[in-house]
Design a protein around this ligand. Sequence first.
Ligand code: ADP
Length: 187
Amino acid sequence: MRLLIMGPPGAGKGTQAVALAKRLGGAHISTGDIFRANVEEQTELGQAAQRFMDAGEYVPDEITNAMVKDRLARDDARDAFILDGYPRTVDQVDTLRKILNTLGTQLDGVISLVVDPEELIQRLLKRAETSGRADDTEDVIRHRQEVYTQETAPLLAVYGERGLLIEVDGMGEADEVGKRIVDALPV
Ligand code: ADP
């Protein structure tokens, strides 16, 4: 199964994506994790991405698209994957479709985690206490929500029109949310 997991920052995408990838036996591909690992190792990619990430801005599409293209071509993503944090822009949606076309496959579903906006801020502020992430300060957290609303939320309608959208209530314990996702998956 080839899935996307979408939702605003703090919706719990990462937690759910890891559990789901284990369950489905596919690759968990988190663009945020890949960028953070590259920043840590000070690779060329990390150096190009860091200032955008620290400011809560999106990394430019040409950088992100090239990275995802390489990652999806790897063996462990051939039969199943959960993409987490990509696509985030209309351009990335088009690119993803082209990449998957080239690989001779397509998406099976797009999970959208729905969480109250104030709950999102509270979760991220809590995470900020332990994450050590440079983008987990209150101002940057609020900015990331705005960028999400402007750039990424419109993608939900695009996937809705393609008949792929699976909306899941993301409020409550992670385990409960996980069960809701599994129940909602296409067969
Ligand atoms: P969150 O879900 O909390 O916003 P992520 O870990 O998914 O965080 O992403 C962290 C940062 O990495 C983003 O704010 C952005 O700078 C960069 N990033 C991740 N995915 C993308 C993407 N698809 N396009 C552009 N930038 C991205």
